[in-house]
Design a protein around this ligand. Structure first.
Ligand SMILES: Cc1ncc(COP(=O)(O)O)c(C=O)c1O
Length: 368
């Protein structure tokens, strides 16, 4: 493995210092929860090693409501990031080949790079509505292709694959005896009815998610992978046990109690995100300088400066942060041009979010 730090982590708001930012539009999650806001009691918890696969009752909660899914199909991990790392390092070697969509959450590209496997990128284009075409994925398959890696709802664009596309990708993986890795971390933030979990559609599909993005509790570092293939499940458990044996039982308990009562908390979170989505939509529709592909899920979008706009983007990001204390995710976090940036609409209060949008306009006007 050859590790390199990723720009998205080096320049993350938590690395920069939250106190330097007043309008944080760089986040990709809903607002973080304060412990005292939720009814969680840890008094009875014994701080022993936990079940290596993960707290059974929590795995059952994750499996609930998904056709044909059982608690044993779920392996708890340290965030979705931990799940992605386990899957990629268990399945890929330098002699294997991976197909991965770009742009993407940086880890989905960086870990395969660190492994040194062959990589074919499927580049999504603004002009094409950031659509993923299954024929392009099929054309990229090689005899040693081990993994097809997709993200839906997509980070950073917020586009969502249809159920038919997901199924077609599963069939492709089955036909070519490889696996589909579906990063579904934003699934619970779908605008409409979410597509079925990829792992319920095929034994060749592996689903990944967590409580970081939709539930505002990323600090407990709790995620999971789901596969209905018991051989794969054992392989992934072996990797987990070698890295950290089990999850933190404190994290598992907090997560379990939170998810058990999510009906109490989640509607307000969804309402706030939808209100901020309405704000960003009315801001960008007809915008003089910016254009977007309207997202269909999640809490991020990826606007860009129109081609005819002559702007100094370096100066724009600098002015936006240093003068207006407003932060967005520049395109290079996703190996894209800095004329595009990720804008998160789920994290800030409505007031700070509205101010952030106004600040983008002010900073842009000063950098033309
Ligand atoms: C698509 C995607 N997958 C995985 C992750 C990692 O999430 P977690 O905090 O659960 O490790 C992120 C975080 O930004 C993400 O955007």
């Amino acid at each position: 493995m050859h590790y390199t730090r990723m720009p998205i982590e080096i320049e993350s708001p938590e690395s920069l210092g939250y106190n330097t930012i007043e309008s944080n539009l760089a986040e990709s999650s809903v607002r973080d929860v304060q412990f005292g806001e939720v009814d969680i009691n840890l008094n009875q918890l014994v701080i022993a090693y936990g079940d290596h696969i993960g707290k059974p009752e929590l795995r059952q909660l994750v499996a609930n409501g998904h056709i044909g899914l059982h608690a044993n199909d779920v392996l708890l991990t340290v965030g979705a990031a931990g799940a992605l790392f386990i899957i990629q390092t268990s399945l890929l070697t330098p002699s294997d080949h991976l197909i991965v969509v770009r742009p993407n959450y940086a880890t989905n590209i960086e870990t395969p790079k660190a492994i040194g496997c062959g990589i074919t990128y499927i580049d999504l284009a603004f002009e094409d509505g950031y659509a993923l075409h299954v024929e392009k994925v099929a054309a990229a398959i090689q005899p040693n292709t081990k993994l097809i890696s997709i993200t839906t709802p997509h980070n950073p664009t917020g586009t969502v694959l249809s159920g038919e596309t997901l199924l077609a990708l599963c069939h492709l993986a089955e036909k070519h005896h490889c696996y589909l890795l579906a990063d579904e971390t934003y699934r619970d933030l779908a605008f409409g009815t979410p597509t079925p979990l990829a792992a319920t559609l095929s034994n060749r599909a592996i689903s990944v998610s967590s409580v970081s993005k939709a539930y505002g509790i990323p600090g407990i570092r709790l995620g999971w992978l789901i596969t209905k293939d018991p051989v794969l499940q054992t392989l992934f458990l072996a990797a987990k046990e070698q890295i950290h044996i089990c999850n933190s039982v404190v994290d598992e308990e907090i997560c379990y109690q939170y998810l058990s009562k999510k009906a109490l908390y989640f509607p307000a979170v969804q309402y706030e995100a939808s209100e901020c989505f309405a704000l960003v939509e009315s801001w960008i529709n007809g915008h003089r300088l910016l254009e977007w592909v309207k997202p269909s899920g999640g809490v991020v979008c990826f606007p860009r400066f129109k081609a005819e706009v002559n702007i100094d983007v370096e100066k724009f990001y600098h002015t936006l942060l240093s003068k207006y204390k407003t932060y967005v995710g520049p395109g290079h976090w996703f190996e894209q041009s800095k004329r595009s940036f990720r804008l998160g609409f789920g994290w800030e209060t409505r007031a700070a979010f509205t101010q952030g949008l106004a600040n983008i306009d002010l900073a842009a006007a000063e950098c033309m």
